[in-house]
Structure formats: structure tokens, C-alpha cells
Design a protein around this ligand. Structure first.
Ligand SMILES: *Cc1c(COP(=O)(O)O)cnc(C)c1O
Length: 412
């Protein structure tokens, strides 16, 4: 609990306090060198991220959005080309596609994992005439079914671009790191990501040497040597100050990930004990919870960039208000699915076209999950939610697949 009893959605000050000396030294090192663009910190971070992701190369750039943009450019995706991506994700996934003049083709998600499925991507592919790439997102830190996507990409003859912005260090069911399975993986170092810088930053991972070379050229105006422009690129470099900060934080990432996973288990246990958890899907109108069911016996590792819960749409605002009254911060990721965004109106999607994305947008929200949360804070969040459930009489609690009526509801 903070002094004032609040539990913010994210509090990065506590993390800085715990590594202040290391960070301050790293920043001072760069400032004293007066080398701010490229240089040893950037190349060292690139090899460390490549190691973490199990790829041969990693190319730093200015943000996660530009990691996606550069990946698309390096793969030759251009005006009028179609790229399959989820409708339920951060705007940047589709925004980066559209920014190139390419067309995002929205696929629906799985209602349990919130990731697009190979089946929905296949259905989207049938609507395409110029399919150029498939871009699954490892949403909230849990990997999409990368194996199946790579097979689908091979079958359709297009590359797979992993939007791994929220998934640094997560493992798929076969234990392979996010960003190592597709042609390229795109990462973001936005401060709220699990590995966040002190400003914007991004990285593209690949094991393809030719692609890595093109990415390096493209991020620097398309010039291999100064004033020797082979391609039209952009200025999208990762700066040395960010790289130095990120290298310090990378040394702690494993421990922070384990803390997030332990926090998630703490919530899971508290909600299970209160009979408030359902792994049943779809929720229907009476369900209260949907947690991520673990995938037993696999090597999957979910890194919990967000811990997202799900309630019927009609109680979401009331529950968030209740949490706010008890000084718990929450956030909706994402309230409007991308196929219904005004900027994509010309693509002609209608409400009802991608029902799982639309209900996720209406029913989910994220709880505080950052590594430095105390047990007291976790208990406060869980108890506040359980208290709400117990007094919300119109809702039965789903236990497994059976609906148990809340005792206070009987006789109504
Ligand atoms: C954060 C994020 C991005 C973009 O990263 P920025 O560094 O903010 O540009 C892209 N896709 C997803 C899924 C993200 O969460």
C-alpha cells in the first residue's frame, strides 16, 4: 500500500528507487561520452536483446510503432498491400500498416487468450486479393499460436511479423521466445512495457542477415554510407541514453517478470478461493470472470504486461468506479476495436463483424500487476473486487461451467 492507501495501475517511481545508482551511473556515462546516436550502448543492447530472443540480429529504432513500420518496409510491403492483424490490439499495430499506405485486414480474436487465431487469420486471408503479410500480436504478454501462424504464412506464401511489443521474454508453448518465430519480431520500449526506457524506443529482431541489413539501412534514411542513399528510409534510431537505461533494466527483467507472474498467481488464487473464476467460454450474460487458463504441460510463459479480467459489460463501469472509490487504478485496453475506429471507416467494417473483439472491448479491463506491488496491495485489490461481487445481487457467479447463485440473490 502506498502511504495514502492507493494502488496505482503502474508506479514506475518505485522501480527507479530500487535501481537508482545503476541508472544514474549509466546516464552519466553516456552524457560524459557525448555520443548520443548509435555507439557502443546501442550495439551492446542490440546483441543482448538478440540473445534474449534467440535471434541472430536485433536492430534498434525509435519506437515500437516504427519497429513495425521498418519491418513492413524491409519486407517490401507497400501501397495497396494487405496485412492481416487483430482488431483488438493497440492502435499502432494497424496504424503502422496504414501509415505505409497498406491495408489492415482485421481478424477476430480468441475470447480466452485475446489473440488472433490461425482460423480467423485464414478467414481474413480469404477476403484478401493482395495479401503481403500476417501480423499476430502477443497481446498482454501471452504469445499467439506462433507455430500455426508460421505454417499458415508458409502455406499462403507471406511472411509473419510478430508484434511482440508487449511480450519481451515471453515463451510460446514450445518454449520459443516471442520475436524468434516469424520473419521479424517487433518490440517497444515505451515506459509502461515490461522493459521500458525513459522515453520512446523500439527494436526489430530477425535471424535473416539480409533483412537485418535492410532494417539498419532503412532506420538511417536508407543510407549505407553518409550521403549514399540506396533506399528511401527514415530517421528512426534508438538513442544511446535509452540504450544505456535499457541495458541496466534488462539485467533485472527476469526477476521483474517472475514478480509479475507471482502477482498474477496471487490474484488467480484469491479469485478462485472466492468462487469468482470461470474458465468457461463464452461468458454469456451471467459470467463474472475469465482468467487466462494456463496451458498445462507446455513451456508457455506469459509475462503479464497486463493482467486483464472480464465482467459483463453492464457492470464494468460500476466495478471500475467501486475500485476507484477504494483507490485502485484500472484501465481499459482497448475500449474501441480497431475495425470500428473512425479512421478506418472507409474499410467498410460494421458492428457485429468481429464479435469477439467487440465483446472484449466492452467487457475487459486491466488491474495493477507491476512487479513492485506489495502483498498488502494485491490483497486490497482482490478483496475490493470480491466485495463488489458479493454485493452485486443480480449476478450469479460462474464456477467452472455451473452457475452458482449468489446467496443474497435468492428470494428476489
Ligand atoms: C506499445 C505497442 C506498440 C507500439 O509501441 P510504441 O513504442 O508505443 O510505438 C505496438 N503494438 C502493441 C501491441 C503495443 O502494445
Amino acid at each position: 500500500m502506498k502511504q495514502d492507501g492507493s494502488v496505482p495501475l503502474l508506479d514506475l517511481r518505485r522501480q527507479y528507487a530500487s535501481i537508482k545508482d545503476e541508472i544514474d551511473q549509466a546516464i552519466r556515462r553516456v552524457v560524459e561520452s557525448q555520443g548520443f546516436i548509435g555507439g557502443p550502448e546501442v550495439s551492446a543492447l542490440e546483441s543482448e536483446i538478440a540473445d534474449l530472443c534467440g535471434t541472430r540480429h536485433a536492430v534498434g529504432c525509435a519506437s515500437g510503432s516504427e519497429a513495425i513500420l521498418l519491418a513492413l518496409m524491409a519486407l517490401g510491403v507497400g501501397r495497396g498491400d494487405e496485412v492481416i492483424c487483430p482488431a483488438y490490439t493497440f492502435f499502432s499495430t494497424a496504424g503502422s500498416i496504414a501509415r505505409l499506405g497498406a491495408v489492415p485486414v482485421f481478424a477476430d480474436i480468441d475470447p480466452v487468450t485475446y489473440n488472433i487465431t490461425p482460423e480467423s487469420a485464414r478467414a481474413a486471408a480469404r477476403r484478401c486479393r493482395r495479401l503481403a503479410a500476417i501480423m499476430p500480436v502477443h497481446l498482454f504478454g501471452r504469445t499467439a499460436d506462433t507455430d500455426a501462424f508460421v505454417r499458415l504464412g508458409t502455406e499462403l506464401g507471406v511472411p509473419v511479423i510478430e508484434d511482440a511489443a508487449q511480450a519481451i521474454g515471453s515463451l510460446d508453448e514450445r518454449g520459443r521466445p516471442a520475436g524468434s518465430c516469424g520473419a521479424v519480431g517487433c518490440f517497444s520500449f515505451y515506459p509502461s512495457k515490461n522493459l521500458g526506457g525513459y522515453g520512446d524506443g523500439g527494436m526489430v529482431t530477425t535471424s535473416d542477415a539480409e533483412l537485418a541489413d535492410r532494417l539498419r539501412v532503412l532506420r538511417n534514411h536508407g543510407a549505407r554510407r553518409k550521403y549514399d542513399n540506396d533506399l528511401v528510409g527514415l530517421n528512426s534510431r534508438l538513442d544511446a541514453l535509452q540504450a544505456a537505461v535499457l541495458r541496466v533494466k534488462l539485467r533485472h527483467l527476469d526477476r521483474w517478470t517472475r514478480a509479475r507472474q507471482a502477482n498474477a498467481r496471487h490474484y488467480d488464487r484469491a479469485f478462485s478461493a472466492a468462487g469468482a473464476v470461470s474458465t468457461a467460454t463464452p461468458l454469456g450474460s451471467r459470467g463474472l470472470w475469465l482468467r487466462y487458463p494456463s496451458a498445462p504441460g507446455t513451456q508457455e510463459s506469459h509475462i503479464y504486461n497486463q493482467y486483464v479480467i472480464r465482467v459483463p459489460a453492464r457492470v464494468r463501469d460500476a466495478l471500475r468506479d467501486h475500485l476507484r472509490e477504494h483507490r485502485v487504478g484500472t484501465e481499459i485496453y482497448y475500449p474501441v476495436p480497431l475495425h470500428l475506429q473512425p479512421c478506418f471507416a472507409s474499410l467498410g467494417y460494421r458492428r457485429g463483424d468481429l464479435p469477439h473483439s467487440e465483446s472484449a472491448a466492452n467487457e475487459t479491463f486491466a488491474l495493477p500487476i507491476f512487479p513492485e506491488l506489495t502483498t498488502e496491495q494485491l490483497d486490497h485489490v482482490a478483496a475490493t473486487i470480491i466485495q463488489f461481487l458479493e454485493k452485486t445481487v443480480e449476478i450469479g457467479v460462474l464456477v467452472g461451467s455451473a452457475v452458482r447463485t449468489n446467496p443474497s440473490q435468492t428470494g428476489r
